[in-house]
Design a protein. Sequence first.
Length: 458
Amino acid sequence: MKKFELISPSQALDKLFNAIDEAGTAMPAETVDALTARDRVLAQDIISPIPLPEFRRSTVDGYAVQAASVQAALASGDLLRVIGEVRMGEMARYNVGVGEVVKIHTGGHIPSGADAVMMVENTQRVPLAPVSKRDSKQENSVKLLDDSNNYALRPMSESQPTDNIIELGEDVKVGEIVIRKGSRLKEADLGGLASFGMIRTQVARQPRVALIASGDEVVPAETEVLQPGQVRSVNIHTVAALVRRNGGIPLDYGILPDRFEAFEVAAERALREADVIVFMAGTSMSDRDFVPEIVQKMGLPGILQHGIAFRPGKPTLFALCNGKPVFGLPGNPVSTLVTAMLFLGPTLWHLQRTLNPPPPNFVRARLTTDMPSPRQFEHWFPIKLFAGQNIAENGAMSASGIRKFHYHLNSKEVYAAQPINSKSNLIFGLSRADGLVCAPIGVSMIPKDTEVDVLLLA
């Protein structure tokens, strides 16, 4: 029997990505509503058609003024004349002169002549007796253009030119590239598109991923009563969720019987309908493992790698068939999910040509016990996290520990990491885990109290 020729996980992924790039495989563009574009990958540069802001704006509630007038009033004790108000949504109709101010609100249009805005908190109103505008010779009269502002203003602190003003084009200039092609769109990006009036945008189409489970013993998850020897389908549900989380669209191809002809039919259909094909089970070396032979018939260049120095997931298969990535994942639920997390997820973002795929989230933790590892494999094992040494006698985290853990999740605190001893076909072994720890190739034991990086699963 032919043995697997193993390479490291990073070498295997590099081999797949290089083949994808050489084939020019990438998702085509489609136009979508910006409201639904969170986490979609931009298919074109966004170039600003206008300056932002489109007019000089105030950043505070206060009074538009010439900064020199404030300095002079502070020195002399004179009051500043309130000549009007800029109402929101309207263009300023005033020209601010020496010794004058105009009331303004946050976001309001800065009137001509003003070079600063005094915050309302830094001023004091001085009420004035009602005065006729025509009685300009009356003592202590104040020129008013708006009778509602029947007060003068005493500045309480200095102002400098540009204080509390956003200048025209200060955020974005006309012709500036504001979001790069390949960016994974976040909330602020969508707000930026809206500021340009762009309610639709071009993004990479989401990869359609054919999920093909198999096994005579596997029955649909909705099966109420199992017969002896049967198990419910788990992998379609876990991998479909992972595909959605990584920007793809899962296509459920059901559960194949262990018959070569069934695999052939499914493979032909998947090549027509999907962008990525994932076989879950059938990749090892038994008489029922048809996937390697099927994949070799699906198109060139065919299998790129079969066998990875990786646990769980040694019999993983990577291929590129007629420009489409094909995965053969091991069938045990934990092996399937961990392998999909580390290989399928990154491939989906690569196909969308994203510049900023979701970064892995790590925390530091100290092992609570020795962790043996097969020296010839890169070994990812599940762990449970605890805050400090707050572990109850039964091995569960106390309520106070849960609160502390969530509060300090992103701090520099080092947590306790308790390995979970579970076999690769027991899904709740992974469900109970908070994260995964990697023992590199060549390491046979990670000693107790070693600080390790934990890849969070949440």
